[in-house]
Ligand binder design. Structure first.
Ligand code: AMP
Ligand code: ZN
Length: 455
């Protein structure tokens, strides 16, 4: 069934219409977090992309079924030496599963703070070992995988003819010795093969029995196993950050398609561009990783992050700044104050055709926000403004009708408000406007209503 939503498919390099292969819901898989640390605002930009896609589909009248994995084993660090979770557990001197469950809880807390809807399921890699072993066995039987002399199981890249379609990295161009996969070395038959199952070697934690000996799963196989297990033999939409295009998604596609007779499992591959902060890539070593908790400690509403992220399109790299976050926070407060006023007028039906079109055209949220700002300033009735803002908040999810907690007025502001009320009674509008300007400088926003001025 067609949905009317067009998104950019990385594999075909085209805008494609999202279609649901199943009458009941659009099946979406989004690569989840590796739970060895807090998600930073960049990770959250990618998770927000899944939420905005699902909310837009809901807005356009479609049900969605979203599955997002929790990687708690098998994701090796960039230096290719150690499982990210085991390194962190050594650092924190805690059991790796305890570390994983803590960061997983914090991930859910952050999602809730950003009004990101819950996925239907969050399968954990460590609890899906059987599922992965079944898939690996199947790939060995189909001659797409082999057991190496080191007891690890490798996927044979050359056995999958379409390798490289997502990223453009063709097997013939991937040079031997190029370290694009952690299992470089080992007992691979071809340099571009990768491990589906890693022999434990001298590792003693986070290991499982298998038909090929004790070991642990590779990172890529978990997404193939889980997406097929929970979504079936067609995944309508697959989402992740742009860095996952290669090798993660390339390998995932090869594994999944090879398991279903080279049919295409995923209909559309959607990638979100990266987020920079104050002009730089966020990294632990550079010390510029920003978390939702940092925003809260700066007195900002976490939904200001949601708004700031929506000011940019998902396919553009975005540079987030503290100024942009503060400005988004102010906009949110202004909208909520106005909503409190507009809600007093009778509610009319809103026309959302234009907004729906912007969303349907590759999630053009900046245009949606421009349309909202134009509506805010327009002469249409307050009732229409209220109804339209409420309706579009189904996608924006900015809690636009949340009452603003009033801050204490300073003595100066209170005196100015009184003086302005008198000026308006005297119909001295020039003075009233001048005082409004002074109040704005103090951070007090005044509106005139039938019941008098409100701030
Ligand atoms: P990880 O927890 O590192 O596996 O990453 C979780 C998700 O965040 C993946 O989809 C990554 O592609 C994505 N991601 C990582 N860094 C950024 C960033 N700076 N901006 C946007 N997405 C990111
Ligand atoms: Zn994945």
């Amino acid at each position: 069934m067609k949905t009317g939503l067009f998104l950019y498919d990385t594999k075909s390099r085209n805008l494609l219409e999202v279609e649901s292969s199943n009458e009941s819901a659009v099946r979406i898989y989004c690569c989840g977090p590796t739970v060895y640390r807090d998600a930073h605002v960049g990770n959250l930009r990618t998770f927000l992309l899944a939420d905005l896609t699902a909310r837009t589909l809901n807005f356009l009248g479609h049900q969605t079924l979203l599955v997002q994995n929790i990687t708690d084993v098998g994701h090796m660090s960039e230096d290719f030496e150690e499982d990210k979770l085991l390194s962190q557990s050594q650092l924190e001197k805690r059991d790796p599963f305890e570390v994983a469950r803590d960061y997983e809880d914090r991930f859910h807390t952050d999602l809730a703070r950003l009004n990101i809807l819950k996925a239907k399921r969050y399968p954990r890699a460590s609890e899906s070992i059987d599922m992965m072993q079944t898939l690996i066995t199947h790939l060995i039987e189909n001659n797409h995988a082999y057991v190496g002399e080191d007891g690890s199981v490798y996927f044979s890249a050359e056995s999958f003819p379409g390798y490289g379609a997502i990223s453009g990295n063709k097997l013939t161009e991937l040079k031997p010795g190029h370290r694009y996969e952690y299992s470089e070395g080992g007992a691979k038959r071809f340099h571009a093969d990768w491990a589906l199952w890693k022999a434990a070697g001298n590792r003693s934690e986070m290991i499982w029995d298998s038909p090929w000996g004790t070991g642990f799963p590779g990172w890529h196989i978990e997404c193939s196993a889980m997406s097929m297990h929970f979504l079936g033999e067609t995944v309508d939409l697959h989402i992740g950050g742009i860095d996952l295009r290669f090798p993660h998604h390339e390998n995932e596609r090869a594994q999944s398609n090879a398991a279903i007779n080279n049919r295409e499992l995923v209909s559309l591959w959607l990638h979100g561009e990266h987020l920079l902060f104050e002009g730089r890539k966020m990294s632990k070593s550079a010390g510029n990783v920003v978390l939702v908790a940092d925003l809260i400690s700066q007195g900002l509403d976490p939904l200001a992050l949601r708004l700031a992220l929506m000011e940019n399109r998902y396919r553009s790299q975005m540079d987030l700044t503290w100024d942009a976050l503060r400005s988004a926070d102010k906009t949110l407060e202004r909208w909520r104050e106005r909503m409190a006023i507009w809600s007093q007028a009778p509610t009319a039906v809103a026309d959302l055709t234009e907004i729906a079109q912007h969303l349907a055209q590759d999630l053009d949220l900046p245009k949606v926000l421009i349309a909202l700002r134009a509506l805010e300033k327009s002469v249409v009735s307050e009732g229409v403004k209220y109804a339209t803002f409420m309706e579009i908040d189904r996608v924006l999810a900015l809690d636009l009708n949340r009452p603003v907690v009033k801050k204490e007025l300073s003595v100066e502001a209170r005196m100015l408000l009184e003086a302005r009320a008198i000026a308006r009674t005297n119909k001295d509008f020039a003075l009233s406007d001048e005082i409004r300007g002074k109040l704005e400088v103090l951070g007090v926003n005044v509106q005139d209503t039938a019941q008098g001025q409100v701030w």
